[in-house]
Ligand binder design. Structure first.
Ligand code: NAD
Length: 294
């Protein structure tokens, strides 16, 4: 561990201001969790509609706490007030950690990360919430790859304890220390993992999705598969889980996994998600996936 990282840990090195790029399922969840646990956060998206959705989700989660008597209305207003939605980079120069949570596409992410780097302090840490894309590859677009790593949350962010902190080839110890600290501030359980497509959790999860896909091809009924896997003890079956994740996000991630492990992950396993993706059945986010949502 480098001297700088040890120094940071010794000072208790708080993350005082955070920022998130993308106000979707994950960006909205990250903003909520950060604010709720006391770290103010800026939330940037490219569309007003996205920002409104992110704020609405955070508001719903907080209102639930108030209605259960676990939070006062004043505290709710204060937490909501510490999330600042924005369509530009105002205030990003004051952020200690910036988490990127835009679409799962390496080119888009590299463009967003490279642009963001121009608006932040040279000490700030940039982290990607990518599910599968290599951190070393994303870092190729950056001037300061040592200040970059993965910070992979799970969905729904407020409920899932684990965060994978991914070390790219050039990531410094100080960067890892800061992101671990931020994860702890958010009440999460960080694990530091090496860089590869899918990191740790998704190397287990995507073969499971692939098994589901093959069963569908063999004539399986997704509703029955879900029931069977719930009976086995999973909190939800694979079809419902895909709807929660977002079929579009899952499809892009499956492509990265197939390209990363061509000998192990059969490319055809993108079959069912490809059909759903082409039919624009993205899951809960747009009201229709395997199931229909109000
Ligand atoms: P989403 O589709 O719900 O949200 C993506 C958001 O990014 C949208 O609001 C979009 O407007 C915004 N966006 C696009 N380009 C942008 C830009 N240039 N600047 C700012 N915002 C931009 O997607 P999501 O499910 O939140 O996934 C985001 C990332 O998190 C992906 O990399 C995904 O792989 C990862 N992830 C997703 C899950 C999951 O279960 N959904 C879990 C872990 C990680």
């Amino acid at each position: 561990v480098s001297k700088a990282a040890r120094g940071f840990a010794k000072t208790g090195g708080d993350i005082k201001q955070a920022a998130v790029l993308g106000a979707g399922i994950m960006g909205g969840g990250i903003a909520y969790q950060s604010a709720y646990k006391g770290t103010p956060i800026l939330m940037k998206d490219i569309a007003d509609a996205g920002l409104a959705l992110g704020m609405k989700e955070a508001g719903k989660l907080l209102a639930k706490r108030v209605s259960r008597g676990r939070m006062t209305a004043d505290k709710m207003a204060a937490v909501l007030g510490s999330i600042r939605p924005s369509l530009n980079y105002d205030g990003f120069d004051k952020a200690d950690v910036i988490v990127e949570a835009v679409v799962e596409n390496a080119k888009v992410k590299q463009a967003v990360l490279s642009e963001t780097e121009k608006h932040i302090s040279t000490d700030a840490v940039l982290a990607s919430n990518t599910s599968t894309i290599s951190i070393t590859h994303l870092a190729e677009a950056l001037e300061r790859p040592e200040n970059f790593c993965g910070m992979h949350f799970f969905n729904p962010v407020h409920a899932m304890p684990l965060v994978e902190v991914i070390r790219g080839e050039k990531t410094s110890d100080l960067t890892i220390a800061k992101v671990v600290k931020y994860a702890l501030q958010m009440g999460k359980t960080p694990i530091v993992v090496n860089d590869c497509p899918g990191f740790y959790v998704n190397r287990v999860l995507f073969p499971y999705f692939a098994g589901f896909d093959m069963l569908i091809r063999d004539g399986g009924d997704f509703r029955k598969i879900d029931k069977v896997m719930e009976g086995f003890g999973m909190p939800m079956g694979p079809a419902y889980l895909m709807d929660v994740v977002g079929i579009d996000t899952g499809y892009h991630a499956a492509e990265v996994m197939a390209a990363g492990f061509p000998d192990r992950m059969r490319h055809e396993f993108t079959g069912i998600s490809q059909l759903m993706f082409e039919a624009k059945r993205y899951g809960q986010k747009n009201g229709i996936g395997f199931y229909r949502y109000e």
